[in-house]
Design a protein around this ligand. Structure first.
Ligand code: UDP
Length: 473
């Protein structure tokens, strides 16, 4: 983190604009890509301002180690990780107090909407990699995770959307950037369901109840905009109509249909286009008329131009070529199948790896070692000044170490979270360990009863009630 002397004189200029040109109620531009990882069940790459995060979702899948599974429900595991190159002063690899905290509150932000009870004895794993950080990475990661979970087909009562507000130069503003986060007076990340039920709420800094109310209003506006982006990207992927031709091709072994299946290549392959034209022209060929119907407008136009009917031998030649094209299809199928098989094997290996990475996650003892209440310093500490090489191999080492530690002590991990008291301590710190008393924050909420004593989230109502906002649009 930069020193205070770098603080700009003003974070909000006289015309009311912020240093990046936004107004107080504007979020940074967001871009979402879905399904970017072929080995994950669901994935998402998200850019939000200068933040870049990648999320992979795996599961529901077998739980390792077995004793962490739950008979009645799936366990959700969320792992937030910052690439060492994602920040200005190089982040120390491996879990930190901060990443453990973010992982925990983010998992809890999703627990109310993921229908875990449908998948007992399984795990749903969410892996977040922050590639570039510019404040608001936890909110960015939650937005991306929501899309990745949907991409993985995990049943949810609705999407989760997340955005922070803060106080900068005495003003309440939406979605802080790095400078505003560094030099502002407060940062208040929130996550919510589609119905606006809050599932994550943290606060860092000084705010009055009035300011919190105002900020929450901004956050709701921001979350609505983000939800629209999330929904748009999901619609784009899942609402694309299945092409009729592909469906019919699978029903019949007709060569004509198979040729149609390769239709996409017509645009690029002149040979294929010639085949198409020829088949078009040859009335005597079985199924030629059906084929005509199948052709896209574009290719029909092309064939209309070619009036000439080729000689019969030529046609035979062309059909042979067409068969060769068709054979490529079955080849493709074979390759696909092979890939699937491979993926099965890889999944096993992967599982072992991920398992190890989860075991590297905090043990209760680890937490005790950490000093709760003391904010993790992001500037280079002495102990962080290790040799580059040493640090690079560190995450692996520590994974091994902790597996051992765990075996020795036989401590049950994450599954029985009630027993992990230090974690709860951190959580309450996040909410109550600040200037404004917890009751005051709660009072400002719209539905105080439900939120009190519930931790940073509350349970969504009837599943049938959720999702209304998205569906209405
Ligand atoms: N940051 C950093 N080094 C760290 C942790 C954070 O430079 O080790 C920066 C990073 O840009 C991050 C910002 O500080 O986005 C704010 O961090 P915070 O803990 O508030 O979480 P975030 O806002 O990213 O959810």
């Amino acid at each position: 983190m930069s020193s205070m002397s770098d603080k700009p004189e003003k974070l909000i200029t006289d015309d009311g604009l912020r240093l990046d040109g936004r107004r107080a109620d504007e979020i940074r531009p967001m871009k979402i890509e879905i399904g970017v990882l072929s080995r994950a069940d669901g994935s998402c790459y998200l850019e939000w301002g200068k933040n870049k995060v990648l999320v992979g979702v795996f599961g529901p899948r077998e739980v390792h180690p077995r004793r962490t599974q739950r008979a009645d429900t799936a366990v959700i595991r969320y792992k937030y990780n910052m690439a060492s190159f994602s920040v200005e002063d190089r982040a120390r690899p491996g879990p930190s107090r901060r990443s453990i905290e973010i992982s925990k509150v983010s998992r809890e932000a999703f627990e109310p909407v993921i229908m875990s009870e449908l998948f007992p004895k399984t795990a749903i794993d969410i892996f977040v990699e922050v590639l570039q950080a510019d404040a608001g990475t936890r909110t960015a990661a939650i937005n991306a995770s929501s899309v990745a979970l949907a991409d993985a087909g995990i049943p949810m009562k609705g999407l989760i959307t997340s955005c922070a507000f803060g106080k900068v130069d005495g003003q309440i503003v939406l979605d802080l950037n790095k400078e505003e986060d560094n030099y502002g007076e407060a940062d208040f990340p929130v996550a919510m369901t589609q119905d606006g039920e809050i599932t994550l709420l943290q606060m860092d800094g000084h705010l009055t109840p009035e300011e919190i109310n105002k900020g929450l209003e901004l956050v709701r506006k921001g979350c609505k905009e983000i939800l629209e982006i999330q929904q748009a990207v999901l619609r784009k992927k899942f609402e694309t109509p299945v092409e009729e031709t592909a469906e019919e091709a699978s029903e019949t072994e007709d060569i004509e249909n198979k040729v149609v299946e390769t239709e996409a290549s017509f645009e690029y392959s002149p040979e294929a286009a010639a085949i198409e034209d020829s088949l078009e022209g040859a009335e005597e060929l079985e199924g030629a008329e059906e084929l005509e119907e199948e052709l896209t407008e574009e290719s029909s136009e092309t064939s209309a131009v070619t009036e000439e009917t080729p000689e019969y031998e030529e046609l035979e030649e062309i059909i042979k070529e067409a068969e060769a094209v068709v054979e490529e299809d079955s080849l493709e199928e074979a390759i696909e199948q092979e890939i699937e098989e491979e993926e099965g094997e890889e999944a096993l290996e992967e599982e072992a790896e991920f398992e190890a990475s989860f075991e590297a996650a905090p043990e209760p003892e680890e937490f005790e070692k950490l000093e709760p209440g003391k904010e993790e310093s992001v500037s280079g500490e002495e102990e962080e000044e290790k040799e580059e090489e040493e640090v690079m191999s560190e995450s692996q080492d520590s994974a091994g170490e902790e597996i051992q530690l765990e075996e020795e002590t036989g401590i049950e991990e994450v599954a029985s979270e009630e027993t992990i008291e230090p974690e709860q301590e951190i959580e309450s710190k996040a909410i109550t360990g600040k200037e404004v008393p917890a009751e005051e924050i709660v009072k400002t909420e719209e539905k105080p009863e439900e939120e009190r004593c519930e931790g940073p989230w509350k349970v969504v109502k009837d599943p049938s009630e959720s999702g209304s906002r998205g569906e209405n649009e």
